[in-house]
Design a protein around this ligand. Structure first.
Ligand code: NAP
Ligand code: MG
Length: 489
């Protein structure tokens, strides 16, 4: 908890291998959402001139980095993985303090970043093309993959180390030079990650970090003519704007955006499994996961037993200081997000849904200085209502009743998003049929819709994504061009 007498540390941008103050001379505060008296640090409030310096440095560093053998680039990532693993406890504490997820979740996220660095470290030795037989005699044909140049990485606050790592690691091992803008609400874990990569030996100019807002840093970064590709994770509206700017100069754009993820609970489901899956996916990380379940689509007949057990479990959740290991649910990231969640409760009521648990703001005692609320469950939500369609990004679950399996699949697909989807059932035919029919980039059976592994593709379809995949063996595709070679001998 805060020690009001200690002045917060000021952190710098990382440009051309140096830690530098912004040319603006301004900083902004990084606040602890569980205790807003606690200023975690001051960061550079940068502008377009800092962005330009970072992009120019990356452009200058690119050729030497691109011509370094890929396994040697990978080795730097492996070294960074080892350093990060050694700092797991302090990095998890920092993450929990600046973002508000529980210390257990924060440890899980830092550990995942370690595994991602290891995976892409190894990928340096596997960046292979293809050989294809020619139809002509004595002609050898093959493909190689080459880096793009300067790439911009823009990350959200809700996974401030896992998402930057899963963008940076494939970008770097593929031989690109990076300019990275972390989210202003949780920038410090990201900054520490850059420090670790510096310590691991990333050459000067290859990796640059510029902090500041979306409008003053994100906008000029996306628009910079030397930026060949942009990988963005965040909200739907910002992503569409980036796609439009990228299209103008034919820059490659990767977007991972919002979700309105369903969990179908069929009457034949193991109810304990279903309750576990939905409780975890809807409320853990305070509902602030892009893969969170915000709609439970429950087959008629199962609604009452399912809701009763879910409410009983939700009532027991311990909400409070996320750095206390016994806490199960932390705060919202900020006042705006808390108010959005509370506003959707009112919208739901106006639309005829019934609040059966939670929803109230907690502002007494241990909750007095943070953005806390009790997780909310609403029944009788209709699919085409605002609550049934909009991404809330908070601990608010809507229960939608389905007539049968077929109806449930239709309801699950009845949104513009398509990130993740889950079904709880003991019927293998229905599980496999849902895998086929689910309009989502990731489908889970008897598992929470959130909670993904580090070494298999991640991403959505429909309005959730541009379709490029992150993580696993497909991740380097976005960061490379394929070159086709013909040789007559
Ligand atoms: P956001 O407001 O869109 O911000 C994401 C990042 O974009 C931040 O770094 C932000 O900077 C920056 N940004 C804002 N405006 C910009 C602009 N005009 N040009 C360039 N960059 C700009 O999203 P968020 O609130 O941080 O994150 C929550 C959203 O992310 C939710 O919709 C969630 O579903 C989505 N998300 C998706 C995934 C996925 O993989 N599909 C994963 C996690 C989160 P500042 O914040 O510093 O101003
Ligand atoms: Mg913060």
């Amino acid at each position: 908890m805060p020690t009001a007498t200690v002045a917060p540390t000021t952190y710098l941008n990382f440009i051309d291998g140096e830690w530098r103050a912004s040319r603006t001379g301004r900083t902004f505060e990084n606040i602890n959402p569980a205790d807003t008296r606690d200023v975690v640090g001051l960061l550079q409030d940068s502008d377009a001139s800092d962005v330009d310096a970072a992009v120019q440095a990356a452009q200058k560093a690119f050729p030497a980095w691109a011509s370094m053998p890929a396994p040697a680039r990978g080795k730097i990532l492996l070294k960074a993985a080892a350093i990060l693993e050694g700092r797991l406890a302090d990095m998890a504490d920092l993450l929990s303090r600046e973002e508000g997820k529980t210390i257990g979740e924060a440890k899980g996220e830092v550990n995942r970043a370690v595994r991602i660095l290891e995976y892409f470290g190894g990928e340096g030795a596997r960046l292979s093309g293809q050989t294809i037989p020619s139809e002509r005699p004595r002609v050898f044909m093959y493909t190689i993959r080459q880096p793009l140049g300067v790439v911009a990485l823009i990350a959200p606050w809700n996974f401030p180390i896992a998402i930057p790592t899963w963008k940076m690691a494939p970008a770097l091992v593929s031989g690109n030079a990076v300019v990275f803008k972390p989210a202003s609400q949780a920038p410090l874990t990201s900054l520490e990650l850059v420090k670790i990569l510096e310590q691991a030996g990333i050459p000067k100019g290859v990796l640059n970090l510029v902090t500041g807002s979306g409008s003053s840093v994100g906008t000029p970064l996306v628009a910079h003519p030397l930026v060949r590709a942009i990988s963005f994770t965040g909200s739907d509206g910002v992503g569409r704007g980036i796609a439009a700017v990228g299209a103008e100069r034919l820059a490659r754009v990767q977007l991972e955006m919002g979700g309105k993820n369903p969990t179908i609970v069929l009457a034949d489901a193991d109810m304990d499994v279903a309750v576990d899956c939905v409780l975890n996916a809807a409320f853990f990380s305070t509902g602030q996961r892009c893969t969170a379940t915000s709609r439970a689509i429950v087959e008629k007949g199962a609604v009452q037993p399912f809701v009763e057990r879910l409410v009983a479990r939700a009532e027991k959740l311990k909400i409070g200081d996320p750095r206390d290991p016994s806490t199960e649910l932390g705060p919202a990231i900020d006042e705006k997000q808390l108010k959005t969640t509370l506003r959707y409760l009112d919208i739901g009521k106006q639309e005829g849904a019934t609040l059966v648990h939670g929803g109230e703001r907690l502002s007494e005692g241990a909750h007095a200085n943070g953005w806390f609320s009790r997780p909310a469950i609403m029944t009788g939500v209709s699919s085409q209502s605002k609550l049934g369609q909009d991404e809330v990004f908070g601990p608010l679950l809507g229960i939608i009743e389905a007539k049968d399996f077929n109806d449930a699949v239709g309801l699950a697909n009845d949104v513009r998003f398509g990130l993740s989807a889950s079904i709880c059932t003991t019927n293998v035919s229905r599980a496999l049929e849902y895998v086929e029919r689910a309009e989502a980039g990731m489908v889970m059976v008897n598992l929470p819709s959130a909670g993904v592994e580090y070494h298999i593709p991640f991403g959505g379809i429909k309005d959730s994504s541009s379709g490029w995949r992150e993580q696993g063996p497909l991740a380097t595709q976005f960061f490379t061009d394929s070159k086709t070679v013909y040789i007559k001998y």
